[in-house]
Design a protein around this ligand. Structure first.
Ligand SMILES: Cc1cc2nc3c(=O)[nH]c(=O)nc-3n(C[C@H](O)[C@H](O)[C@H](O)COP(=O)(O)OP(=O)(O)OC[C@H]3O[C@@H](n4cnc5c(N)ncnc54)[C@H](O)[C@@H]3O)c2cc1C
Length: 280
């Protein structure tokens, strides 16, 4: 069943910014296959860990499964798109399954990661995907194989297939001893605690790394570490994170992002592009 409620999106946004909106939620992503046209004119969001939500947003699907589907057979793992990474890690540990454990600690859903080819520690999710099922803008449900899709660093070309909603995914997995896996997962989570400003709301990395310079280095070189607009600030702990100090707005973050882009071009002749996604 799909339910609709009025909700403050700032409560679920990982940077705590967003207006009150009408929110569609379901038990899990499969519910949308019963009414595929429902997704056509809506903004589809996952765990809101990469989207900066503007004041004009009125109507969204929040695809975080209340009752996720996760199962495996042999070397294939099947997951519903609204499954969170935390849930995935629990399942991997319980079943001694290796493969996507590099995702540990990312506050995302599988759907969000697939959309933008998220990853960490030199790996990204499309490496592990065998195929996905999706709904397109016309409500058509179809499968896409790994080889059909072009992907690169924080990019997949799902838009070229008119993909509107990712329903589920099939990933390559392998067996791994419990202690080896547990060690890997806890090391990754610990790394994040040490290197990321986890005490403040954020959307993770603000800019994509450019081919000639890491984004955090760009922010440092152009003197914007700790630079603040309203309550939005480039973090000193990780300069590529913008943190919300309390009451940051969509406009504060946007101004900061645009300022950094201009300054990087002007001072270093380096073009940086946002990794965060503006939805307005
Ligand atoms: C503290 C912190 C650390 C982070 N670390 C990392 C990291 O190491 N690596 C990394 O890659 N990212 C990282 N991120 C960013 C973020 O978690 C990822 O970009 C992730 O892919 C976003 O997933 P989400 O479910 O939150 O999607 P959202 O932010 O809700 O949406 C992101 C995009 O995906 C689309 N989308 C979401 N679900 C679906 C669906 N089912 N069908 C179609 N489109 C969909 C949305 O329309 C939107 O365009 C971090 C974020 C934070 C806050």
């Amino acid at each position: 069943m799909i339910t609709t409620i009025q909700m403050e999106l700032s409560k679920i946004s990982k940077i705590k910014i967003g207006p009150s909106a009408s929110v569609y939620m379901a038990e899990n992503a499969f519910e949308y296959m019963k009414n595929p046209l429902l997704v056509a004119d809506k903004i589809v969001l996952g765990n809101c860990s990469k989207v900066l939500i503007g004041d004009n947003v009125k109507d969204v699907i929040i695809n975080v499964d209340q009752n996720p589907v996760i199962e495996h057979r042999g070397e294939i793992l099947h997951v519903s798109s609204g499954l969170t990474v935390d849930y995935l890690m629990e399942y991997l540990l319980k079943n001694e399954i290796g493969g996507p454990q590099y995702l540990a600690g990312i506050p995302a859903t599988i759907g969000g990661l697939i959309w933008m080819n998220g990853g960490a520690f030199g790996h990204h999710i499309w490496e592990d995907i065998l195929y996905i099922r999706a709904i397109d803008l016309n409500g058509k449900i179809f499968f896409l194989n790994h080889d059909d899709v072009k992907f690169s660093y924080r990019f997949s070309d799902l838009k070229s297939f008119n993909v509107k909603f990712i329903v589920d995914a099939f990933l390559r997995i392998h067996k791994i001893p419990y202690f080896e896996l547990a060690k890997e997962i806890s090391e990754k989570i610990e790394y994040r605690k040490i290197h990321h400003p986890v005490d403040y709301p954020s959307l993770g990395s603000t800019f994509k790394n450019s081919s000639n310079m890491l984004a955090w280095k760009v922010i440092q070189e152009i003197g914007l570490v700790n630079y603040r607009v309203g309550d939005a600030k480039f973090s000193e702990k990780h300069p590529n994170f913008i943190v919300n100090l309390g009451n940051a707005t969509f406009a504060d973050v946007k101004t900061l992002v645009e300022f950094a882009m201009e300054r990087s071009l002007e001072k270093l002749n380096v073009k940086i592009s946002p990794e965060i996604i503006f939805v307005d």
